[in-house]
Design a binder for this molecule. Structure first.
Ligand code: GRF
Length: 213
């Protein structure tokens, strides 16, 4: 499955996906790393590591639609079949999302449906929650919604700041996203309403990652 990873910044999740996909038995091939920011750190890393890269600068397009058409065209030129959003900071229109329906997933740094949007770690701390985490989900037109594929939980510690909590979550993101891509690319999932279920109707707990305290 020819897969593109879309990034806007450093791309540490993209690096985790690339590392895992180097396994020859992996069902996905990371064939492209693309960004809306041609100077993104993640693009530099991908290029240095021999992966095809594309910068589609949103600032030179007159509208969001024009930008997305250019991005869509680029993905087509690279014969991309599947998209992983990994710190991609542009909202996607329903047009784009519908072109890729069922073939586009995202990682979000919170246990959805809690803490959609930005500043998730600071908001979790302010609310005093004891468990926080990250979620990989299918992308639908509404932001940070769509069937959940897998989640990882981390404890919130007394001494946490948004930075320390964010680092603990990020370490789990790097495990969770490769795991989720394998689940999806391996054909082991089906979508029923807002739920993802094992292809044969029985999935154990391989969609839940709970690290030791
Ligand atoms: C991650 O926390 C991801 O969950 C969020 O943006 C951040 C991207 O980090 N969507 P990186 O670029 O993968 O290092």
């Amino acid at each position: 499955m020819r897969t593109a990873v879309l990034v806007s910044g450093r791309g540490s999740n993209m690096q985790a996906l690339v590392a895992d996909a180097r396994d020859p038995t992996h069902p996905a091939d990371i064939a492209l790393v693309a960004s809306n920011d041609p100077s993104a750190e993640g693009l530099k890393w991908a290029k240095q590591n021999g992966i095809a890269v594309a910068g589609v600068d949103h600032r030179i397009h007159a509208s969001r639609e024009d930008f997305e058409r250019a991005l869509h065209l680029t993905l087509g030129l690279h014969r991309i079949e599947f998209i992983c959003l990994a710190g991609f900071m542009r909202l996607l229109t329903p047009w784009f999302v519908n072109q890729w329906s069922g073939r586009i997933i995202n990682i979000h740094p919170a246990l959805l449906p809690s803490y959609r949007g930005l500043q998730t770690h600071a908001r979790a701390l302010a609310d005093g929650v004891k468990i926080h985490g990250c979620t990989v989900h299918y992308v639908v037109p509404a932001m940070d919604e769509g069937p959940i594929i897998a989640q990882a939980a981390v404890p919130v510690l007394d001494a946490d700041t948004p930075t320390t909590l964010g680092a603990r979550v990020l370490a789990q993101e790097h495990l969770l996203y490769p795991h989720a891509l394998r689940l999806v690319a391996g054909g082991g999932l089906r979508i029923e309403g807002n739920r993802t279920l094992g292809a044969r109707g029985a999935r154990d707990t391989d969609d839940l990652v709970v690290p030791p305290l």
